[in-house]
Design a protein. Structure first.
Length: 324
C-alpha cells in the first residue's frame, strides 16, 4: 500500500510516496518561493488588449501573469490573486507565475504536508525516507535518464515542453512497449506536469501504434492527464496539471541550488559522532550559506566545516565524519 511521507529538510521540503519500500512519486518545495495555493495582494499594471488577461505586480516587485480578469478590472487597480502555478526557470529566462483573481483571504502557500492533506492523503512527517531511495531518485534526475531492460528514456526540459526520447536496441514495437513503464514512472517520480512530448520509434503499422496507446492508458491509469494518440511519426503528447517546477526542472535549470540542498541532506545523515566535513564544488558555496550550515549543526549537534574541490561534479559532493 502506498503512503506519503514528508521530510522537512534544510531549505527544502520533500515528499515521497512509498510503495513496497520504493518511491513511486515525489515532490519538492523550496521555502520562500511564490508557490501555487498562495493568495496575495497585487496591483494590475497591464491589461492585455482584447483579452481577460494581464500582468500584476506584487509589493516586492515580482510580476505574475493573470487570467480571468473581470471586465471592470483597470490598470492600476489593487487586486487579490490566487497563485495557480509557480514560476518556472528555463535557460536564459523565467516563466512568470500564473494567477487569477479571488475573493479569498490572503494566505501563504500551503506546505507540502498541508497540500497532500488537502488532496485527501494522510501524510506522515518523518526524519528520513527509508534506505537510499531519495539519493537514487535525485541521481536519476541529475542524469535525466531512466534505464529499463533493453533501453533507456532520456528526459529534456525545454521551454515548450519536457521531451522524452527513447533509446535502445530492441525492435521498434518491443522497444516502445518496454519504455512505457519507465515513462509512467518518470512522470510520477519527478512530479512532471504541463506538456510532455514522447518520441517513440516510428511504427508504420497502426496495430503497433494502437498497442502502445493501450499500454500507455494502462500504465497511466490514475494519473490525471489528457493524451493524444500516437501519430505516424511515433509522437505522443501528454498534458497534465502544472503547479510549478518539476524535480527535473529544478535540477536542470537550478543545478547548483538543487545540488547544494541535496548535499545538506546527505550531511545531516552522516553517521558517527565527530565533526562533519562537507566536500563540494566551489560553485555550491553561495548555496551553503552560514545560516544553512548553522541549521545543519543545530540539527546534528555537530560542528561542520566545508572544503571545496573543483574536480567534483556539482551533484557529486559528499559529507563525512572526521576526528575532532
Amino acid at each position: 500500500m502506498a503512503d506519503w511521507r514528508v521530510e522537512d529538510g534544510i531549505a527544502e521540503e520533500r515528499a515521497a510516496c512509498i510503495e513496497n519500500d520504493a518511491i513511486v512519486a515525489a515532490r519538492i518545495r523550496w521555502p520562500g518561493e511564490l508557490a501555487a495555493g498562495a493568495v496575495v495582494a497585487a496591483r494590475l499594471v497591464a491589461r492585455h488588449t482584447g483579452a481577460a488577461r494581464g500582468t500584476a505586480r506584487l509589493a516586492d516587485g515580482t510580476e505574475v501573469l493573470v487570467s480571468r480578469l473581470p471586465r471592470d478590472a483597470s490598470e492600476g487597480a489593487e487586486i487579490t490573486l490566487d497563485i495557480t502555478r509557480a514560476a518556472i526557470g528555463e535557460p536564459g529566462r523565467v516563466k512568470r507565475a500564473q494567477a487569477r483573481p479571488t475573493d479569498a483571504a490572503l494566505r501563504s502557500a500551503p506546505t507540502l504536508f498541508d497540500m497532500l492533506r488537502e488532496e485527501g492523503h494522510d501524510p506522515v512527517r518523518v526524519r528520513s525516507f527509508p534506505g537510499g531511495e531519495w539519493d537514487a531518485l535525485m541521481a536519476e534526475a541529475f542524469e535525466r535518464r531512466l534505464d529499463f531492460t533493453g533501453g533507456a528514456i532520456v528526459l529534456s526540459p525545454t521551454p515548450a515542453m519536457t521531451l522524452i526520447d527513447i533509446d535502445g536496441t530492441l525492435p521498434p514495437r518491443a522497444l516502445s512497449l518496454a519504455a512505457v513503464p519507465a515513462i509512467a514512472a518518470a512522470l510520477r517520480r519527478f512530479d512532471m506536469g504541463g506538456s510532455v512530448g514522447i518520441d517513440f520509434p516510428t511504427l508504420p503499422d497502426k496495430a503497433d501504434r494502437r498497442a502502445v496507446d493501450d499500454a500507455l492508458a494502462h500504465a497511466l491509469a490514475g494519473f490525471a492527464h489528457e493524451r493524444t494518440a500516437m501519430n505516424g511519426f511515433g509522437f505522443v503528447q501528454i498534458v497534465s496539471r502544472n503547479g510549478g517546477p518539476s524535480i527535473l526542472h529544478r535540477v536542470a535549470h537550478r543545478r547548483m541550488a538543487a545540488a547544494a540542498r541535496h548535499l545538506l541532506r546527505r550531511a545531516e545523515r552522516v553517521a558517527g559522532a565527530g565533526p562533519i566535513l562537507i566536500t563540494a564544488h566551489p560553485a555550491l558555496a553561495p548555496h551553503l550559506s552560514e545560516e544553512r550550515i548553522a541549521e545543519l549543526s543545530r540539527r546534528t549537534g555537530r560542528a561542520t566545516r566545508i572544503t571545496t574541490d573543483p574536480a567534483l561534479a556539482p551533484e557529486a559532493g559528499f559529507a563525512q565524519a572526521v576526528e575532532a
